[in-house]
Design a protein around this ligand. Structure first.
Ligand code: G6P
Length: 367
């Protein structure tokens, strides 16, 4: 059967494990490895005339938008605004003909996102959609459909749809950058090579499953958990906190690592695990200081980083999870895997209904 848990205990676990395959599928429809190019489907309009991008989505999909803002602004130098759909329409956003609207949705039916899409179109904005269900309302109404090819997602907590949306977002960022003359062929080829390595890196990340399962009971007892990240890994910290809240019912917050000292540090004591999502790189030093601030207050750090990062961080961690070395651009795609596994195993340790968490719906079709 198509919709079957196979050997997995939950759909969520199955969907986490499917990611190397479905992300490869999604990437293969946007990458031309032979030409070393990232190609979007025929757009019917000229990306070089886009002066800004407005991204609108809900929940997990909105964090794809937030990561996309880092990517698009860095690579294409086009300003990006990101809104949750329930805010977008009512804040009277300033729209214009040089704008590309972009909605992101797994179901393609979320009422607030659909309303935002209709609002933008009514105002004359061209709207693209990163959407998983090709027969959905949003898929039918967008000017440009960018499909995700994740396959049906059954677990209420989104996992494979998230990483497939990121893969499409990366393709869009590269295309915008190229259209605006910000990327030469060698740079584009390098990004294609990095993206093509993502499925293998995800497999390497999945190999840490047993280790993450072993640390889950420690975290399952916590009342609050903090997630910290910088740059494109900051929205991933928000997603990590959302995943944990949704399925384990533990209060969790995601924060920009450097912003912790402006508030959440007050929460930290020896009862608060802090998950730090930080590939090594130019800003890693600063994240190490943020971790020291946590440790000095007795907080327990779980560090997700690569070998260089883990070596630089030293000891005194509650736990560490070693990711393969990846380009910082694609790190959120790979680091999503341990973040999802941690939420999953903590929820299993707590005995919650992982695939059907209380009070949540897979698709929210009311405003
Ligand atoms: C619901 C789900 C979330 C999802 C959000 C947006 O709240 O529980 O997992 O991220 O809707 O759904 P969409 O289908 O628009 O991506």
């Amino acid at each position: 059967a198509l919709i079957d848990k196979g050997n997995h205990r939950h759909f969520m676990q199955k969907e986490i494990y499917e990611q190397p395959v479905v992300v490869a599928q999604t990437l293969s429809s946007y990458l031309r490895p032979v030409e070393e190019q990232v190609a979007l489907p025929d757009l019917g309009f000229d990306l070089s005339r886009i002066g800004r991008v407005a991204i609108v989505a809900c929940g997990t999909a909105s964090y794809v938008g937030a990561i996309g803002k880092y990517w698009i602004e860095q690579l294409a130098r086009v300003p990006v605004e990101v809104d949750v759909a329930s805010e977008f329409r009512y804040r009277e956003p300033v729209l214009g003909p040089d704008m590309l609207g972009l909605v992101i949705s797994q179901s393609g039916e979320t009422a607030d996102t659909l309303a935002a899409l209709r609002h933008m179109k009514a105002e004359g904005v061209t709207v693209a959609g990163i959407i998983n269900v090709p027969t959905s309302s949003m898929a039918r109404e967008v000017d440009l459909l960018l499909p995700t090819h994740a396959g049906p997602e059954i677990g209420v907590a989104s996992t494979k749809a998230f990483t497939c949306q990121l893969a499409v977002m990366a393709a869009l960022a590269v295309n915008l950058a190229r259209a605006r003359g910000r990327l030469n062929p060698a740079e584009e080829a390098e990004i294609v090579r990095q993206l093509a390595e993502v499925p293998a890196a995800m497999n390497a990340a999945l190999a840490h499953d047993a280790e993450i399962e072993a640390m889950a009971p420690t975290i399952a007892g916590a009342r609050d958990v903090l997630y910290l990240g910088r740059g494109p890994d900051y929205p991933l910290a928000l997603e990590g906190a959302l995943k944990l809240k949704e399925i384990s019912y533990i209060h969790a917050e995601g924060y920009a690592a450097g912003e912790m000292k402006h508030g959440p540090i007050a929460l930290i004591d020896d009862q608060v695990p802090v998950v730090v999502i930080a590939p090594s790189g130019p800003l890693f030093d600063k994240t190490v200081s943020n971790m020291q601030e946590v440790r000095a207050r007795g907080g327990k750090v779980v560090l997700i980083s690569d070998a260089d990062g883990l070596a630089q961080a030293g000891d005194g961690l509650l736990a560490s999870i070693e990711m393969p070395r990846v380009h910082p651009l694609i790190a959120p795609l790979v680091y999503a895997v341990p973040v999802q596994l941690l939420a999953y195993h903590v929820a299993v340790a707590k005995g919650t209904d992982v695939d059907q968490p209380r009070n949540l719906a897979k698709s929210v079709t009311v405003e």
